[in-house]
Design a protein around this ligand. Structure first.
Ligand code: RP5
Length: 169
């Protein structure tokens, strides 16, 4: 595991199948940063780096991670394969694909057989942000300070919603 240069105290792993997924998955990272949750982002491809996936998933719990956010596009096996090899909660983010706009990613991730769950989020940025919020909610069950930060994050979001719509240019 430490071959990946993971910080000693990263609570959440954000893994993705390709560098090209980072434009989506960085929204998960930014959300975790806003909530002051230590995290580490890694490229781990189910297809191109299967041995890296095996090593990551088998060692993720021992490495100290408490949740895994896994984003992938197309034939998106990464979240499911990861969930098969770790007892940690795995949240899957379908990345929007060029050919099928992420519907392929969504169906690949969501249709897990009974017994190996992947919590599947929405396609794209919304899914990445919500994966981070779900991971935060899990960690907050045992971390009162984080629970307060999560409450504050949601309150701030609520406060930003204007009562009346305005004309936009
Ligand atoms: C998947 O293939 C990745 O998760 C990515 O979404 C998709 C395309 O990868 P690249 O060809 O852009 O590297 O494995």
């Amino acid at each position: 595991m430490r071959g990946y240069d993971v910080p000693e105290k990263a609570d959440v792993a954000i893994i993705m199948g390709s560098q090209s997924d980072w434009t989506t998955m960085r929204h998960a990272a930014e959300t975790l940063t806003a909530l002051e949750i230590n995290h580490e982002a890694l490229i781990v491809s189910a297809h191109r780096t299967p041995e890296r996936l095996y090593e990551f998933a088998k060692g993720a719990k021992a490495a100290g991670f408490k949740a895994v956010i896994a984003g992938a596009g197309g034939a998106a096996h990464l979240p499911g394969m990861t969930a098969a090899m770790t007892p940690l909660p795995v949240f899957g983010v379908p990345v929007e694909s060029k050919a099928l706009s992420g519907q392929d990613s969504l169906l690949s991730i969501v249709q897990m057989p009974a017994g190996i769950p992947v919590g599947t989020l929405a396609i794209g940025k919304a899914g990445a942000v919500n994966a981070a919020l779900l991971a935060a909610a899990v960690l907050a069950l045992y971390d009162d300070s984080l629970a307060k930060r999560l409450d504050a994050w949601r309150a701030e979001q609520t406060n930003k919603v204007a009562l009346k719509p305005v004309d936009e240019a």
